[in-house]
Ligand binder design. Structure first.
Ligand code: PMP
Ligand code: GLU
Length: 389
């Protein structure tokens, strides 16, 4: 019998986060009173000035194709933004506009040949492995250790490197752990990348959501700009997930290669959205207001988690995820199902983020304080029920 689908797509696992989000949306539309802490998406509205800018652009007829690399105005604004804020020495030629998720996918397509290996964090975001697979590469998740905050031991990375290793993906602040890489962590990765002549793909999509510590872009470290592909965007910082606006910053030769992929796939991003993005980049007060609110929610949530029997949580430094240990006698997938069934509360099982995430649950606190309080009350009831059974 001929198989209907390509081996590549048959072997690809669905996204644990997006699949669960679809399921919860469906339950909500049927009227189920479910509290969702599963999806990493700010609950705020996009800043009104940004929405206005998009409307104006639409009214002006900005509804046509744009250059595949992005409009010059936005590329130039992003180059200034990453230089002023992150210290990345970028010019317009180093910038390409594309959704952040697609930028990661495209970066891997551009760098990885069949059989090349890519190192990435475990626990780490759900899409890194599948994206490496789609590029024909070999996944090399490297376990992080948790001694108060999640980080890599340099020796574990060194041990995973061989002559097929092509790139290391880093993610700071991290989804799912909320850890922020220190300057020392980044310097160690930079040294390893230089020693072994590797690329670094740096996913900085949560860069503006830091509560303790400071964001550092690895591309700003000495000798790293040429070998780093930095990915970020507006989704999380500006509450603009649905706009699909992000960027890739890299050496201009890499940008030229990735541009070929954009030309044959997305073509370009919508002009009115790029116009709104230029406005967004001048809206840092909105970002700061949201960051503060996330920090207050974090400070409210962590003690609540730690007051529940069987659960323990360190204080995450960034992003909007609490990644907590759940010692309740069930694996994380079973626990997540039990919480949906018994309490109408949705959390993402830690196992979705790799073997190193087993035993943990990820809770997105991009939710209202009322939902956090009520959700924790429901989780407590389930945990106490399990403990006393
Ligand atoms: N990287 C990480 C770690 C994420 O959590 C997300 C969330 N969607 C992305 C990349 C992709 O971002 P975007 O939705 O802006 O494409
Ligand atoms: N990044 C978000 C999350 O982890 C959105 C879903 C996704 O893109 O995986 O929940």
């Amino acid at each position: 019998m001929i198989s209907t689908f390509s081996k590549r797509i048959r072997e690809l696992a669905p996204s644990g986060t997006v699949m669960l989000a679809n399921r919860i949306k469906k339950l909500k539309s049927k009227g189920v009173d479910i509290i969702s802490f599963n999806l990493g998406e700010p609950d705020f509205d996009t800043p009104p000035k940004v929405v206005e800018a998009a409307k104006h652009a639409l009214d002006r007829g900005d509804t046509h194709y744009t250059p595949s690399l992005g409009t010059n105005e936005l590329r130039s604004a992003v180059a200034d933004h990453v230089w002023n804020k992150n210290g990345i020495p970028a010019k317009v030629d180093n910038v390409m506009i594309m959704p952040a998720k697609f930028a990661l996918y495209a970066a891997l397509q551009a760098l990885v040949d069949v059989g090349d290996e890519v190192i990435y964090p475990d626990p780490g975001w759900v899409s890194y492995g599948p994206m490496v697979q789609l590029a024909g590469g070999v996944c090399r998740p490297v376990r992080m250790i948790n001694d108060g905050y999640w980080h890599w031991r340099p020796k574990d990375i060194e041990d995973a490197i061989n002559d097929r290793t092509r790139a290391i993906i880093i993610n700071t602040p991290s989804n799912p752990t909320g850890s922020v890489m220190s300057l020392k962590d980044l310097e160690q990765i930079a040294a390893i990348a230089k020693d072994h002549d590797l690329y670094v793909i740096s996913d900085e999509i949560y860069e503006d959501l830091i509560y303790d510590g400071k964001h550092c872009s690895i591309a700003s470290l000495f000798g790293m700009a040429d070998r780093t592909l930095t990915v970020s965007g507006l989704s999380k910082s500006y509450a603009m997930t649905g706009w699909r606006l992000g960027w890739l910053i890299a050496d201009r030769e890499i940008i030229k290669m990735v541009n070929k992929l954009q030309q044959h796939s997305l073509t370009c991003l919508p002009g009115f959205i790029q116009q709104a993005a230029v406005t967004a980049l001048s809206e840092s007060e909105s970002v700061e207001a949201m960051r503060k609110e996330f920090m207050e929610r974090r400070d409210m949530l962590v003690p609540l988690i730690n007051s529940i029997p069987g659960l323990s949580c360190e204080t995450p430094q960034g992003a909007f995820y609490a990644f907590f240990k759940a010692d309740l006698g069930y694996d994380s997938m079973t626990l997540s199902e039990m919480l949906i069934d018994r309490a109408n509360v949705a959390l993402t099982p830690g196992s979705a983020f790799g073997e190193g995430g087993e035993g943990y649950l990820r809770m997105s606190y991009a939710a209202s304080r009322e939902d956090i309080a009520e959700g924790m009350r429901r989780i407590k009831e389930v945990a106490e029920g399990i403990m006393s059974a």
